[in-house]
Design a protein around this ligand. Structure first.
Ligand SMILES: [Fe+2]
Ligand SMILES: [Fe+2]
Length: 311
């Protein structure tokens, strides 16, 4: 790899981190997670003389429950993400301030989704707790990504999380859940903006190196929730329901950032950058084709189940 090393990049990007942090603090609204939870609906479980959980107590559909559970367990693994970001970005100066602020904001996401689900009996609390223990014990290891790779990854990841919370909220068909998840999605959006603009600055400082990082993160993208027990099966159900599928991933997560960074309009790239950009173009084409195949197969399967709905 050519270009500045991690230490030099941390220094060169520090002013941007400081600027982005100031902007973030000015635009982030303080919000109170407890105000989004319908506490009056809550009641005791069996050990305290109440009723044990059963599925018919929930007003959510099974797929909505699965989506909320995946989102929650992904948020639950925050200590792993905090450790990873802390070791990549460091704990000093603006970088350290950002890591702590970001962690504090992320911390309320799991707290209020869990409160909502327990109070409304939207999830089996025993299987949720077992899954939380398994997820956090597995931890999340992104493979010690270099700085620019980490910045590209979290840009896509924050946007993926925003879209996933927002689409889950809509799918729930429960105004309380939708309001809560829309609120969380607004946090994720500000996180995405922070990283998106950091990558933008990196593209100016070290274009070839940054393009290489973006390409690697698009081609090797793995959801942090992949360590959750039964993730592949659950993610498939969510894709089937259109909450988060390859089409959403390509159209609403990858492409908006690729366009914003003006990757295909950048001139004067070095050989490394040119090579990365060609690989990225090919990867985007493949992803788009896979998304089209997925959507076509899903439509066929739906038509086979319900011929009246076929066009
Ligand atoms: Fe979050
Ligand atoms: Fe976030």
């Amino acid at each position: 790899m050519t270009g500045p090393g991690a230490e030099a990049l941390l220094k060169q990007l520090e002013a941007t981190v400081e600027e982005n942090l100031d902007r973030h603090l000015a635009s982030a609204e303080d919000w109170m997670p407890h105000e989004y939870v319908p506490w009056a609906e809550g009641r005791n479980f069996a050990v305290l003389g109440g009723e044990p959980w059963s599925a018919e107590q929930s007003r959510l559909s099974p797929v909505a429950r699965t989506a909320l559970e995946l989102n929650l367990l992904t948020e639950d693994n925050l200590p792993s993400y905090h450790a990873e970001l802390g070791s990549t970005f460091g704990r000093r100066g603006a970088w350290g301030l950002w890591v702590n602020r970001w962690t504090a904001e992320e911390g309320r996401h799991a707290a209020c989704i869990r409160d909502y689900l327990l109070v409304t009996r939207g999830v089996d609390p025993e299987s949720l707790e077992r899954a939380r223990m398994a997820t956090m014990q597995a931890g999340f290891d992104s493979g010690a990504k270099p700085l620019l790779h980490a910045c590209a990854y979290v840009s896509f990841q924050e946007l993926a999380t925003r879209v996933s919370h927002r689409n889950t909220g809509r799918y729930c068909a429960d105004p309380v859940a939708e309001k809560l998840l829309t609120r969380i999605a607004m946090d994720e959006n500000l996180h995405m903006l922070f990283y998106r603009d950091l990558v933008k600055a990196a593209l100016e400082i070290a274009p070839g190196q940054t393009l290489r990082a973006i390409t690697d993160e698009v081609t090797g993208f793995v959801m942090p929730g992949s360590v959750i027990p039964g993730f592949a099966r659950k993610a498939a159900r969510i894709a089937q329901a259109g909450i988060y599928d390859l089409r959403v991933h390509h159209d609403d997560v990858i492409m908006p950032l690729v366009r914003h960074w003006r990757i295909f309009e950048t001139e004067g790239l070095d050989a490394e950058g040119e090579q990365a950009r060609q690989e990225l173009a090919a990867a985007l084409e493949t992803l788009d084709a896979r998304a089209a195949r997925f959507v076509a197969r899903r439509a066929e399967a739906e038509a086979a189940l319900d011929p009246g709905r076929a066009r």
